[in-house]
Design a protein around this ligand. Structure first.
Ligand SMILES: Nc1ncnc2c1ncn2[C@@H]1O[C@H](COP(=O)(O)OP(=O)(O)OP(=O)(O)O)[C@@H](O)[C@H]1O
Length: 335
């Protein structure tokens, strides 16, 4: 990640994931961001190299899923803002069709891409048929995944438990040897053993094949030494992007407790800000417009309507130690 050093055994061929000043607003019903809407993601920059395992943390609604979906090419942004393997995630559809870029999360919770169709995960079909239905797969890789996820090929999707179904989905999502994997909390239903085995397998993928993974989760069980980097996002803005060793230098607490302390600090700052707004007669919360945060004078910001995703100012996030940072008023973590 950046020049901070990475735990990769792969040849260093520059950034695999490069996000530069990402700015994004969800479109309204007319396909454009509502007039006066403030970007949901703003000034977000990130650079990851082959072998990096990045843990993406933040409160509910911070923007993690939105960021992962943008990186997965599911929302259009300016091609220069998001480069995956040097290509535009949204515009270069071969990135995902080849399996080089894989996104597991979101809608994927309800169905799974199967032979080119979205197949309901509840239909009467065997695990074997689902998994073997994916063509062009290395049989050895398939066997290893079936083993890692401890899948019984005779399971039938409509009768399987949530966790069993999830294992089949994860297996299918990992069959192609991805170069970049975006995981949006997919382990919720997994038992402790399945989750531990999966995390170990994913580490191996990064160490041996130089794959790059970004994983958004609220579950810290088994994650203490899993990531090589930690990225903290709040209100759509990057707060912190550092190697795990730096996080450990910053705090003696466990990873979960450290992240908890960041989120607590953020919440306290939010509360203080709301009280300040209330004290001067403003509504506690900024006005919402069709799911998009609205700030400032709508008439003035209307010029941004046709400019969805255009670059904002550069964000600098440098953190040397927990005692040295604070959440500034524009929520950028500074030294
Ligand atoms: N399709 C959409 N249209 C408009 N706003 C949306 C849409 N999807 C999400 N949002 C808003 O974007 C913000 C960020 O949502 P997002 O799902 O990215 O957060 P998150 O960090 O993944 O949260 P969680 O931890 O709860 O999964 C939220 O305020 C949400 O209401």
């Amino acid at each position: 990640m950046g020049n901070e050093g990475t735990a990769t055994s792969a040849a260093d061929v520059g950034p695999v994931v490069e996000v530069k000043n990402l700015r994004f607003t969800y479109p309204g019903i007319d396909g454009h961001p509502p007039p006066g809407s403030a970007p949901l993601i703003d000034g977000f920059s990130l650079s990851l190299r082959a072998g990096d395992r990045c843990l993406l943390v933040g409160t509910n609604g911070a923007g993690k899923t939105t960021i992962l979906k943008i990186l997965g090419g599911k929302h259009m942004v300016d091609p220069e803002m998001v480069r995956i393997l040097g290509r535009s995630a949204f515009h270069d559809t071969a990135l995902t069709s080849s399996g080089d870029l894989s996104y597991l999360g979101g809608e994927w919770r309800r169905d799974v891409a199967f032979a080119g169709f979205g197949v309901s995960i509840q239909m009467d079909i065997s695990a074997e048929k689902m998994i073997y239905g994916v063509s062009g797969v290395d049989p050895q890789r398939r066997d290893e995944l079936i083993n890692v996820l401890d899948i019984d090929l005779s399971w039938r999707m409509h009768k399987a438990s949530d966790g069993q179904r999830r294992r089949i989905q994860i297996c299918m999502g990992l069959l192609k040897p991805f170069k970049v994997l975006l995981l949006d909390e997919i382990t919720v239903d997994l038992d402790v053993l399945a989750r531990a085995n999966l995390l170990r397998y994913l580490s191996k993928e990064c160490e041996e094949r130089g794959a790059t993974i970004i994983y958004a989760t609220h579950i810290f069980d088994g994650l203490e030494d899993w990531p090589t980097h930690v990225v903290y996002v709040a209100h759509g803005k990057l707060q912190l992007a550092v190697p795990l060793e730096k996080v450990k230098e910053m705090s003696n607490l466990s990873l979960m407790r450290t992240v908890e302390s960041w989120l607590r600090k953020e919440r306290d700052e939010d509360r203080r800000r709301r009280q300040e707004r209330k004290a001067i007669g403003l509504p506690e919360h900024e006005k919402q417009l069709e799911g998009t945060r609205v700030t400032g004078d709508p008439a003035r910001s209307a010029v941004q309507v046709m400019n969805n995703g255009w670059a904002a100012g550069r964000l600098h996030s440098t953190v040397a130690g927990q005692e040295n940072f604070f959440l500034s008023s524009n929520r950028v973590l500074r030294q």
